[in-house]
Design a protein around this ligand. Structure first.
Ligand SMILES: Cc1cc2nc3c(=O)[nH]c(=O)nc-3n(C[C@H](O)[C@H](O)[C@H](O)COP(=O)(O)OP(=O)(O)OC[C@H]3O[C@@H](n4cnc5c(N)ncnc54)[C@H](O)[C@@H]3O)c2cc1C
Length: 597
């Protein structure tokens, strides 16, 4: 079976040729992020992921994590791989040098996360969750908390978790019950049960820093009464070493469909010592730092499974002989033709390719905004913040939905061989399935996009993005080679605004119209954002071919994929538009008691 190869050529296309990261880094003052250093990081990262993580992917799935008396043991090789990861300094790559980081741009960290996730998503969740904890502490921790916890997380000797969910509440965090009672020494006693906590207990690092949402006594009801706490598994000593065991114990591990190599823990907090992060009752605001990191991290999961499934199914389609081509034998000396000759197999492969490469462009566009947020001018920061607010729910929900579709198509290319465990294709589907659920389901992201981001900003965030698209179209209006893309993009841009006005007007009469339109609106938006990126990719490829810059086959393949996207994927926007315009009645008129008829 073909081994996963990190798609370095395509990563460079997206970061350098499409988004011009070398100039972007220079303009933001990331002096150390020279093209040579960036290349070295990509090469080294790819080697680690291909040679160390990829071979552990199936092992992790087969062995899973085991629980014994509150301790959790990760699959064979996971711990050693993590030690290598830490020794090579990967956790500290994009963090502040003040806390031991290397000060490189966050977007470089994203590239590394893509490589890790593509080769072994379950393993990657252990360091992945730590990044969210680090960003939260960086943004909201006191100097002392940063010194005690952040430095250890940046070093990688400790890992982090995000503890929101409780048995009775996941989406609706306003209902959470975990209590935080003040202790005399300024700390808090945390009591309650958190479920589904990823990387919640394991043997890979010497300590685990749980970032926990809980309620202070007399806190207001709902989301306004939630505070945020650090609850370490082992309480730190003054010299930074791990001390006494804290009162947080893993009660059990969940048995689940996929990501078996990652421990999904039930955590029981029994008067565990916790330390407040940020102001009391503002925990959910602080947690948004974590959740935004995690949302983009999960968007990456969609891309990771699309890429992994695509690579394997492409290799298989070139090798597997079955039936003859409709237009005459292509492998006349063999008993049959390779299945890649069949149009339908090509449809499945090109869909995966378009979603993987398109997803990469979107993720890298988002992570470019994260760099601007960190180092840009005030104006830059505002612009990046607005773009990110708009693009994050789209990236999270659209890329995970299309990642799951891609993983399914990858399996389908294998026929029955995809359904059995040997080839890893059914694992890819099982592992991908959670991505549309955690970090806010697709439905919840869609409400965030249409309700909070678009309608509550009176369309301002949408207009900001459609203006970017409009500017591109205006600049290329006379470019004949791009005409099919630009014309379609202009129509789509206008339709996007019209649909928003339509839903907005109906929502004034009936708020359910927002919920009824939201997922179709989000998917429409995802296809539109991807169309903009594919049109830009087509422009780059056209220009390179016109210049005679070499690698003509690579650029021709880009153009073919852009064409496939516009001709065969983008028409899906029409059905989303029709569905969202059909209104809430067809969903809401049926009585709940009558569904069962
Ligand atoms: C493997 C795994 C790992 C996880 N890791 C973590 C972790 O590390 N930390 C953590 O805190 N949590 C974690 N979670 C929890 C996860 O984030 C939640 O499961 C998720 O947010 C959904 O919450 P829920 O399961 O309670 O579903 P519910 O909130 O009960 O939702 C059920 C359904 O109702 C829909 N729904 C709910 N409200 C609305 C609404 N207003 N409008 C439209 N639809 C709505 C949802 O979209 C969903 O389809 C994990 C879960 C799993 C399975």
């Amino acid at each position: 079976m073909a081994d996963i190869k990190i798609p370095l050529r395509d990563m460079r296309f997206a970061m350098r040729e499409l988004l011009d990261w070398d100039k972007h880094y220079e303009s933001l003052g990331y002096e150390e992020a020279t093209p040579d250093l960036v290349d070295a990081i990509l090469e080294e990262g790819a080697k680690f992921c291909e040679n160390v993580l990829a071979p552990l992917n199936q092992v992790g799935d087969q062995q899973g994590c085991t629980w014994k008396d509150g301790e959790v043991f990760t699959p064979e090789g996971f711990k050693e791989a993590y030690q290598q990861f830490v020794e090579a300094g990967w956790p500290s790559l994009a963090h502040d040098p003040v806390h031991g980081g290397q000060g490189l741009p966050p977007s470089l960290g994203t590239l590394m996360s893509e490589m890790v996730g593509t080769t072994n998503w379950s393993w990657g969740m252990y360091p992945g969750l730590s990044h969210g904890a680090m960003n939260t502490l960086e943004a909201h921790g006191t100097d002392e908390q940063k010194e005690t916890y952040l430095t250890k997380l940046v070093e990688g000797s400790w890992t982090g978790t995000m503890c929101l969910t409780e048995p009775h509440c996941g989406t609706d965090l306003g209902m959470l019950r975990t209590k935080a009672e003040p202790n005399d020494d300024g700390s808090y006693a945390i009591t309650g049960t958190k479920i589904f906590i990823s990387a919640g207990e394991h043997d890979m690092a010497e300590n685990i820093v749980h970032i926990v949402l809980a309620r202070l006594p007399d806190a207001p009801a709902g989301t306004k009464g939630i505070s945020l706490f650090i609850v370490p598994k082992f309480l730190p000593e003054a010299d930074g070493s791990v001390g006494e065991r804290n009162g947080v114990v893993c009660g059990s591990l969940e048995h689940k469909m996929g990501i078996h190599g990652n421990a999904t823990a039930v955590l029981n907090f029994d008067g565990a010592k916790g330390f407040l992060i940020g102001p009391p009752n503002k925990g959910l605001n602080c947690m948004f730092t974590f959740m935004n990191t995690a949302r983009l991290g999960t968007a990456l999961q969609g891309l990771a499974h699309a890429e992994a499934g695509f690579q394997k199914s492409l290799a298989y389609a070139k090798d597997r002989l079955q039936m003859r081509s409709l237009s005459g034998p292509k492998n006349p000396d063999g008993p049959a033709d390779p299945i890649i000759v069949h149009p339908d197999v090509r449809r499945m492969l090109l869909t995966q390719k378009a979603f993987a490469e398109g997803g990469r462009m979107l993720i890298l566009l988002c992570s470019q905004q994260v760099d601007r947020l960190q180092k840009g001018s005030d104006e830059d920061k505002k612009d990046a913040d607005d773009l990110l607010a708009f693009l994050t729910p789209i990236a999270k929900a659209f890329l995970t939905e299309t990642g799951l579709e891609s993983a399914n198509l990858g399996m389908q290319c294998f026929g029955g061989h995809g359904y059995i465990a040997e080839w890893g294709m059914e694992q890819n589907v099982r592992d991908a399935r959670i991505s549309t659920i955690y970090e806010g389901t697709t439905g919840v992201q869609a409400l965030d996009l249409l309700g909070r981001k678009v309608l509550m900003s009176q369309g301002e965030l949408l207009r900001k993005f459609t203006k970017v698209v409009h500017k591109f179209c205006q600049a290329e209006i006379d470019n004949e080679a791009l005409a099919p893309y630009v014309t379609k993009l202009q129509e789509l841009n206008k339709q996007w605004g019209d649909l928003t006005l339509h839903v907005g007007a109906k929502a004034m009469e009936n708020p359910d119209e927002v919920g009824a339109a939201s997922v179709d609106y989000l998917m429409f938006s995802g296809y539109a954002v991807q169309a903009y990126l594919w049109a830009r990719a087509a422009k780059v490829a056209n220009d390179k071919l016109a210049e005679g810059a070499g690698e003509a086959d690579f650029y021709r393949a880009k153009l073919a994929t852009a064409r496939f996207y516009f001709d065969r994927i983008l028409p899906r926007t029409a059905s989303h538009a029709a569905a969202m315009q059909s209104g809430a009645g067809n969903l809401m008129d049926l009585d709940a008691e009558h569904f069962a008829f």
